[in-house]
Design a protein around this ligand. Structure first.
Ligand code: DGL
Length: 260
Protein backbone atom coordinates (compact mmCIF):
# COMPACT_ATOMS: atom_id res chain seq x y z
CA UNK A 1 0.00 0.00 0.00
CA UNK A 2 1.69 3.19 -1.18
CA UNK A 3 0.50 5.38 1.74
CA UNK A 4 2.44 3.21 4.18
CA UNK A 5 5.64 3.44 2.15
CA UNK A 6 8.36 5.56 3.74
CA UNK A 7 9.34 9.15 3.00
CA UNK A 8 13.00 9.17 1.92
CA UNK A 9 15.35 11.96 2.98
CA UNK A 10 18.97 12.46 1.99
CA UNK A 11 21.78 14.85 2.78
CA UNK A 12 25.55 14.97 2.31
CA UNK A 13 25.73 13.90 5.93
CA UNK A 14 24.13 14.37 9.31
CA UNK A 15 22.86 17.96 8.79
CA UNK A 16 19.60 16.98 7.12
CA UNK A 17 18.49 15.40 10.40
CA UNK A 18 17.57 18.99 11.35
CA UNK A 19 14.94 18.68 8.60
CA UNK A 20 14.01 15.11 9.58
CA UNK A 21 13.32 16.28 13.16
CA UNK A 22 10.81 18.89 11.92
CA UNK A 23 9.17 16.43 9.52
CA UNK A 24 8.90 13.74 12.19
CA UNK A 25 7.49 16.22 14.73
CA UNK A 26 4.74 17.30 12.31
CA UNK A 27 4.10 13.87 10.77
CA UNK A 28 4.88 11.29 13.49
CA UNK A 29 2.77 8.68 11.73
CA UNK A 30 4.98 8.62 8.65
CA UNK A 31 7.63 5.96 8.14
CA UNK A 32 10.93 7.53 7.10
CA UNK A 33 14.32 6.49 5.76
CA UNK A 34 17.19 8.93 6.19
CA UNK A 35 20.35 8.61 4.14
CA UNK A 36 23.54 10.34 5.31
CA UNK A 37 26.08 10.36 2.48
CA UNK A 38 28.80 11.47 4.90
CA UNK A 39 31.59 9.81 2.99
CA UNK A 40 31.03 12.35 0.20
CA UNK A 41 30.60 15.42 2.44
CA UNK A 42 30.94 18.27 1.85
CA UNK A 43 28.84 18.60 -1.30
CA UNK A 44 29.31 22.36 -1.10
CA UNK A 45 32.75 22.21 -2.73
CA UNK A 46 31.76 19.87 -5.56
CA UNK A 47 30.81 20.76 -9.13
CA UNK A 48 27.18 20.89 -10.20
CA UNK A 49 27.70 17.67 -12.23
CA UNK A 50 29.12 15.84 -9.21
CA UNK A 51 26.24 17.04 -7.00
CA UNK A 52 23.69 15.84 -9.59
CA UNK A 53 25.40 12.42 -9.83
CA UNK A 54 25.44 12.00 -6.03
CA UNK A 55 21.81 13.15 -5.75
CA UNK A 56 20.78 10.55 -8.36
CA UNK A 57 22.72 7.83 -6.50
CA UNK A 58 20.97 8.73 -3.21
CA UNK A 59 17.55 8.94 -4.87
CA UNK A 60 18.03 5.50 -6.51
CA UNK A 61 18.90 4.02 -3.11
CA UNK A 62 15.76 5.48 -1.54
CA UNK A 63 13.52 4.47 -4.42
CA UNK A 64 14.86 0.90 -4.16
CA UNK A 65 13.57 1.01 -0.56
CA UNK A 66 10.13 1.86 -1.95
CA UNK A 67 9.98 5.51 -0.87
CA UNK A 68 6.80 7.33 -1.89
CA UNK A 69 8.37 10.78 -1.73
CA UNK A 70 11.89 12.21 -1.53
CA UNK A 71 12.97 15.15 0.62
CA UNK A 72 16.26 16.60 -0.54
CA UNK A 73 17.33 17.66 2.97
CA UNK A 74 20.29 19.62 1.65
CA UNK A 75 20.35 23.16 0.26
CA UNK A 76 23.37 22.40 -1.92
CA UNK A 77 21.74 19.38 -3.56
CA UNK A 78 18.41 21.19 -3.94
CA UNK A 79 19.83 24.33 -5.52
CA UNK A 80 22.05 22.33 -7.89
CA UNK A 81 20.11 19.18 -8.69
CA UNK A 82 16.38 19.28 -7.90
CA UNK A 83 15.43 20.31 -11.43
CA UNK A 84 17.30 17.31 -12.84
CA UNK A 85 15.82 14.95 -10.21
CA UNK A 86 12.25 16.08 -10.94
CA UNK A 87 12.84 15.65 -14.69
CA UNK A 88 14.31 12.15 -14.27
CA UNK A 89 11.80 10.77 -11.74
CA UNK A 90 8.62 12.57 -12.75
CA UNK A 91 6.17 10.28 -10.96
CA UNK A 92 7.73 10.86 -7.50
CA UNK A 93 7.09 14.06 -5.53
CA UNK A 94 10.31 15.84 -4.47
CA UNK A 95 10.53 18.40 -1.69
CA UNK A 96 13.58 20.63 -1.71
CA UNK A 97 15.13 22.99 0.79
CA UNK A 98 16.29 26.45 -0.15
CA UNK A 99 17.67 29.31 1.96
CA UNK A 100 14.79 31.29 3.49
CA UNK A 101 15.72 34.58 1.80
CA UNK A 102 12.12 35.59 1.18
CA UNK A 103 10.78 35.71 4.79
CA UNK A 104 13.97 37.39 5.99
CA UNK A 105 13.88 40.01 3.21
CA UNK A 106 10.19 40.74 3.76
CA UNK A 107 10.55 41.20 7.53
CA UNK A 108 13.88 43.01 7.71
CA UNK A 109 13.68 46.51 9.21
CA UNK A 110 17.28 47.42 8.46
CA UNK A 111 16.92 46.21 4.86
CA UNK A 112 20.07 44.22 5.45
CA UNK A 113 20.17 40.47 5.95
CA UNK A 114 22.98 37.95 6.18
CA UNK A 115 23.14 34.49 4.69
CA UNK A 116 25.53 31.73 5.67
CA UNK A 117 25.57 28.82 3.20
CA UNK A 118 27.89 26.57 1.22
CA UNK A 119 29.79 27.70 -1.87
CA UNK A 120 27.66 25.34 -4.00
CA UNK A 121 24.42 26.96 -2.78
CA UNK A 122 25.60 30.57 -3.06
CA UNK A 123 26.92 29.97 -6.58
CA UNK A 124 23.78 28.23 -7.86
CA UNK A 125 21.38 29.75 -10.41
CA UNK A 126 18.44 28.99 -8.13
CA UNK A 127 19.97 31.03 -5.33
CA UNK A 128 20.83 33.92 -7.68
CA UNK A 129 17.20 33.97 -8.79
CA UNK A 130 15.85 34.25 -5.25
CA UNK A 131 18.31 37.08 -4.48
CA UNK A 132 17.22 38.92 -7.64
CA UNK A 133 13.63 38.90 -6.33
CA UNK A 134 14.66 41.26 -3.49
CA UNK A 135 16.63 44.15 -5.00
CA UNK A 136 15.51 46.44 -2.16
CA UNK A 137 17.41 44.40 0.43
CA UNK A 138 21.16 44.29 0.96
CA UNK A 139 22.00 40.59 1.18
CA UNK A 140 25.37 39.81 2.71
CA UNK A 141 26.54 36.41 1.51
CA UNK A 142 29.10 34.38 3.39
CA UNK A 143 30.41 30.92 2.53
CA UNK A 144 30.65 28.77 5.65
CA UNK A 145 34.06 27.32 4.76
CA UNK A 146 34.95 24.44 7.07
CA UNK A 147 31.74 24.39 9.13
CA UNK A 148 30.24 21.22 7.62
CA UNK A 149 33.47 19.27 8.09
CA UNK A 150 33.64 20.26 11.78
CA UNK A 151 29.99 19.29 12.32
CA UNK A 152 30.53 15.95 10.54
CA UNK A 153 33.44 15.32 12.93
CA UNK A 154 31.25 16.14 15.92
CA UNK A 155 33.36 19.25 16.68
CA UNK A 156 30.49 21.70 17.17
CA UNK A 157 31.86 23.12 20.41
CA UNK A 158 35.51 23.38 19.42
CA UNK A 159 37.54 26.61 19.63
CA UNK A 160 38.09 26.26 15.88
CA UNK A 161 34.33 26.41 15.30
CA UNK A 162 34.04 29.52 17.48
CA UNK A 163 36.85 31.24 15.55
CA UNK A 164 35.31 30.44 12.17
CA UNK A 165 31.84 31.59 13.22
CA UNK A 166 33.20 34.84 14.66
CA UNK A 167 35.08 35.57 11.45
CA UNK A 168 31.97 34.95 9.32
CA UNK A 169 29.43 36.73 11.51
CA UNK A 170 31.30 39.81 12.73
CA UNK A 171 31.29 41.58 9.32
CA UNK A 172 27.53 40.94 9.06
CA UNK A 173 26.90 42.37 12.53
CA UNK A 174 28.96 45.44 11.59
CA UNK A 175 26.78 45.95 8.50
CA UNK A 176 23.69 45.99 10.73
CA UNK A 177 21.86 42.82 9.64
CA UNK A 178 18.68 42.06 11.57
CA UNK A 179 18.11 38.59 10.07
CA UNK A 180 20.57 35.76 9.65
CA UNK A 181 19.51 33.05 7.21
CA UNK A 182 21.01 29.61 7.76
CA UNK A 183 21.22 28.28 4.22
CA UNK A 184 22.63 24.83 4.99
CA UNK A 185 20.81 22.04 6.77
CA UNK A 186 23.87 21.39 8.94
CA UNK A 187 23.87 24.89 10.42
CA UNK A 188 20.82 24.73 12.76
CA UNK A 189 23.07 22.57 14.96
CA UNK A 190 25.25 25.67 15.43
CA UNK A 191 22.45 27.92 16.74
CA UNK A 192 23.66 27.81 20.39
CA UNK A 193 27.19 28.78 19.27
CA UNK A 194 25.88 31.48 16.90
CA UNK A 195 23.70 32.99 19.63
CA UNK A 196 26.80 33.53 21.76
CA UNK A 197 28.27 35.69 18.99
CA UNK A 198 25.39 37.73 17.54
CA UNK A 199 23.37 40.37 19.44
CA UNK A 200 19.98 39.13 20.60
CA UNK A 201 17.97 41.40 18.26
CA UNK A 202 19.25 39.51 15.19
CA UNK A 203 16.79 36.79 14.30
CA UNK A 204 17.95 33.45 12.97
CA UNK A 205 15.89 31.76 10.27
CA UNK A 206 16.22 28.25 8.89
CA UNK A 207 13.95 26.32 6.57
CA UNK A 208 13.11 23.19 8.61
CA UNK A 209 9.59 24.08 9.70
CA UNK A 210 8.61 25.34 6.24
CA UNK A 211 9.86 22.10 4.66
CA UNK A 212 7.81 20.01 7.11
CA UNK A 213 4.65 22.01 6.31
CA UNK A 214 5.28 21.71 2.58
CA UNK A 215 5.80 17.94 2.98
CA UNK A 216 2.43 17.60 4.69
CA UNK A 217 0.73 19.71 2.02
CA UNK A 218 2.18 17.66 -0.86
CA UNK A 219 1.34 14.33 0.82
CA UNK A 220 -2.26 15.53 1.22
CA UNK A 221 -2.37 16.74 -2.36
CA UNK A 222 -1.23 13.33 -3.65
CA UNK A 223 -3.40 11.44 -1.18
CA UNK A 224 -0.28 9.86 0.26
CA UNK A 225 -0.63 10.46 4.02
CA UNK A 226 -0.06 7.35 6.11
CA UNK A 227 -3.28 6.66 8.01
CA UNK A 228 -2.20 3.34 9.50
CA UNK A 229 -2.45 2.90 13.29
CA UNK A 230 0.80 0.96 13.51
CA UNK A 231 3.81 2.55 15.16
CA UNK A 232 5.86 4.26 12.47
CA UNK A 233 9.41 3.17 11.69
CA UNK A 234 12.39 5.54 11.41
CA UNK A 235 15.48 4.14 9.72
CA UNK A 236 18.85 5.92 9.45
CA UNK A 237 21.62 4.83 7.09
CA UNK A 238 25.11 6.25 6.97
CA UNK A 239 28.16 5.30 4.92
CA UNK A 240 30.47 6.66 7.65
CA UNK A 241 30.82 6.30 11.45
CA UNK A 242 27.30 5.81 12.93
CA UNK A 243 28.27 7.42 16.28
CA UNK A 244 28.13 11.07 15.17
CA UNK A 245 24.71 10.57 13.62
CA UNK A 246 23.47 8.71 16.70
CA UNK A 247 24.72 11.49 18.95
CA UNK A 248 22.99 14.22 16.92
CA UNK A 249 19.77 12.22 17.18
CA UNK A 250 20.30 12.09 20.97
CA UNK A 251 20.64 8.31 20.72
CA UNK A 252 16.88 8.09 20.24
CA UNK A 253 17.17 6.14 16.98
CA UNK A 254 19.36 3.31 15.80
CA UNK A 255 21.73 4.09 12.92
CA UNK A 256 22.73 1.41 10.42
CA UNK A 257 26.05 1.48 8.56
CA UNK A 258 25.65 0.77 4.86
CA UNK A 259 28.06 0.99 1.97
CA UNK A 260 26.25 2.96 -0.69
N1 DGL B 1 23.80 20.05 4.44
C1 DGL B 1 24.11 20.57 3.18
C2 DGL B 1 23.35 21.81 2.77
O1 DGL B 1 22.28 22.01 3.25
C3 DGL B 1 25.36 20.39 2.52
C4 DGL B 1 26.59 20.75 3.14
C5 DGL B 1 27.74 20.23 2.35
O2 DGL B 1 27.83 19.02 2.19
O3 DGL B 1 28.57 21.03 1.90
O4 DGL B 1 23.81 22.57 1.97
Amino acid sequence: MKNECPIGLFDSGIGGTSIWKEVHALLPNENTIYLADSINAPYGLKSKEEIIALSIKNTEFLLNQNCKMIIVACNTATTNAIKELRAKYHDIPFIGIEPAIKPAALQSQTQTIGILATKGTLNSDLFHKSVANHPEVNIIEQIGHGLVQLIENGDMDSPEMEELLKSYLTPMIEKNIDYLVLGCSHYPYLIPQIKKIIPSHIKIIDSGEAVAKQTKKILELHNLLNNSNEKSSQIFYTNSEPEVLEKILNYSEKVVFKNF
